[in-house]
Design a protein around this ligand. Sequence first.
Ligand code: C5P
Length: 203
Amino acid sequence: MIFTVAIDGPAAAGKGTISRAVAEAFGFAHLDTGALYRAVGVKGGDPVLAAQSLMPEDLARDDLRTLGAGQAASRVAVIPEVRAALLDFQRRFARREGGAVLDGRDIGTVICPEAEVKLFVTASPEVRAGRRWLELGAEAGARSLAEVLAEVRERDDRDMNRADAPLRPAAEAVMLDTSDLAVTAAIDRAVAVVRARLDLLRG
Ligand code: C5P
């Protein structure tokens, strides 16, 4: 069965947690596409060459989740040749046999417009900055919550206003605002949307 769940949204909205839970609930494969851009961003050198020669070990680095890696990712993500180099791998992953969940910024709009389910996960910038600040722990210790909020806003701005594949919901995306939702409630809603679509397709 080919079945793609596209989960897009801004930084720290809860996409990763929801995606992993949906993949586990249905036995689908999961790809965190932000990790590809983070790996290109931290690799250094020419970002286009880095994207064209990305290796599995680049994705296993333990510094991919830092604030710096997030900023580096959003800087290389504006380069069309970088996006082009990562396109095929993501498309093939999306349409693999057995079902796939991909989370990112442009999955429902560019990578897999034919996705069977499209979710757009959001939360207010303040809520997202608070989550990121807690998640970063020691690294964030050196930064105030206000500084993390400023970085979240800067990254939103860059992701939403770039010319190539800007962050925006697909026309038919189901919106999921997690600002006031417990993690379990957000996961339940996402799982329910996927289940309804699967039931419909299976008749
Ligand atoms: O989701 P994550 O915070 O790991 O993404 C890091 C950055 O990578 C984003 O801010 C965005 O600029 C870029 N990205 C993208 N398209 C994707 C996934 C991530 O442009 N599909």
